[in-house]
Design a protein around this ligand. Structure first.
Ligand SMILES: NC(=O)c1ccc[n+]([C@@H]2O[C@H](COP(=O)([O-])OP(=O)(O)OC[C@H]3O[C@@H](n4cnc5c(N)ncnc54)[C@H](OP(=O)(O)O)[C@@H]3O)[C@@H](O)[C@H]2O)c1
Length: 256
C-alpha cells in the first residue's frame, strides 16, 4: 500500500455518522472531527436552535451535517427518529451523558434509574434500533463513550460509575453479538476533559493538584483530543478492532 492508501484507511468519506449529545463538549468535537474526516454527521441534542447554529457553522466550512433533535432517553422520540432516518446511519456514537455526583444517602433508587436511563439504557436503545440497518448493509460501527469511572471509581459517584461500567460491558456484548453481521462495537473511556460540564473545576486548585499528581501528562485533556480515537474506531483503519474500550486519560488509570 502507498502512503496515501494508509491515510485513506482513516477516511470516513461516504459514511453517515449519528453522534448523540453533539451540541457541545466531547460530542461536538467528535462530530466535527468525523465531518472533517469526510462523513455526513447527524448532530443530536435537545436544543434545535443550538443544533441549527452548528449545522450552519459546519456548512460554512464546506462540511456536511443535519440536525437530529430528540431526547435519547425518551424511547418513543428516539424510536421515531430511528424509524424515519435510521437506514442512513453507518456509524453510531453513543455520547450523550448525564452526571450528578452524590453520595448514596442522596441518591434514591429513582435518581439512580435516571442516570442509567441516559447513560446506559438510551445507548442500548439506539444500538438496538440501528443495528438491523447496519447488519442489512453488512457493515457498521458503534462507539460508546464510557468513562474511566466504571473500571475504577471515586466516592460519591455510584450511579454514574455503575452506568458507565454497564456501558463498557454492553460494548463487549454488542461486539460479540453483532460481529457476525459485520458491525463492530467499541468504546472510548475519557479521563478528565476540560469541557463545559467541567468548567467549574478547571482552574480549581484542588483538582489541578489532583491532576498533577495522578495524571502522568499532568493536565486536563483538551476536548479536541478525543477526536483521533473516535475517527480511528469508526474508520476502516480499525476494521479488526471489535469489543475494545480505548482509554483516553493521559495515562491516569495506568498509574497508581
Ligand atoms: N468531560 C469529561 O471529562 C468526561 C469524562 C468521562 C466521560 N465523559 C462522557 O463523555 C460524554 C460527553 O461528556 P461532556 O463532558 O462533553 O458532556 P456535556 O458537556 O455535559 O454535554 C453533554 C451532551 O449530551 C447532550 N445530552 C444530554 N442529555 C441528553 C439527552 N437525554 N438526549 C440527547 N442529548 C443529551 C447534551 O445536549 P443538550 O443539553 O443540548 O440536549 C450535550 O450535547 C458523556 O457521556 C460523559 O459521561 C466525559
Amino acid at each position: 500500500m502507498t502512503h496515501q492508501d494508509h491515510l485513506d484507511r482513516f477516511s470516513l468519506s461516504g459514511k453517515t455518522a449519528l453522534v448523540t449529545g453533539a451540541s457541545r463538549g466531547l460530542g461536538w468535537c467528535i462530530a466535527r472531527a468525523m465531518a472533517e474526516a469526510g462523513a455526513t454527521v447527524l448532530l443530536n441534542g435537545r436544543d434545535p436552535a443550538r443544533l441549527a447554529e452548528l449545522v450552519s457553522e459546519l456548512a460554512g466550512e464546506g462540511l456536511s451535517s443535519v440536525a437530529a433533535c430528540f431526547d435519547v432517553a425518551v424511547r418513543d422520540a428516539a424510536d421515531g427518529w430511528i424509524a424515519a432516518q435510521g437506514r442512513n446511519v453507518d456509524i453510531l456514537v453513543n455520547n450523550a451523558g448525564l452526571r450528578h455526583r452524590k453520595p448514596l444517602a442522596d441518591t434514591p433508587p429513582d435518581a439512580f434509574s435516571v442516570m442509567l436511563d441516559v447513560n446506559l439504557t438510551a445507548a442500548y436503545g439506539m444500538a438496538r434500533g440501528l443495528a438491523p440497518f447496519m447488519a442489512a448493509k453488512g457493515a457498521g460501527a458503534i462507539i460508546n463513550v464510557t468513562s474511566i469511572a466504571g473500571p475504577v471509581a471515586r466516592a460519591n459517584d455510584a450511579a454514574y460509575t455503575a452506568a458507565k461500567g454497564g456501558l463498557a460491558a454492553l460494548t463487549r456484548a454488542l461486539a460479540v453479538e453483532l460481529g457476525r453481521s459485520g458491525v463492530r462495537c467499541n468504546g472510548i473511556a475519557p479521563g478528565y476533559f476540560a469541557t463545559e460540564a467541567n468548567a467549574p473545576w478547571v482552574g480549581d486548585p484542588g483538582v489541578t493538584a489532583l491532576l498533577h499528581s495522578r495524571v502522568p501528562l499532568q493536565r486536563w485533556g483538551d476536548p479536541a483530543e478525543i477526536a483521533g480515537a473516535a475517527v480511528f474506531l469508526a474508520s476502516p483503519a480499525a476494521s479488526y478492532v471489535n469489543g475494545y474500550v480505548l482509554t483516553v486519560d493521559g495515562g491516569m488509570t495506568a498509574s497508581f
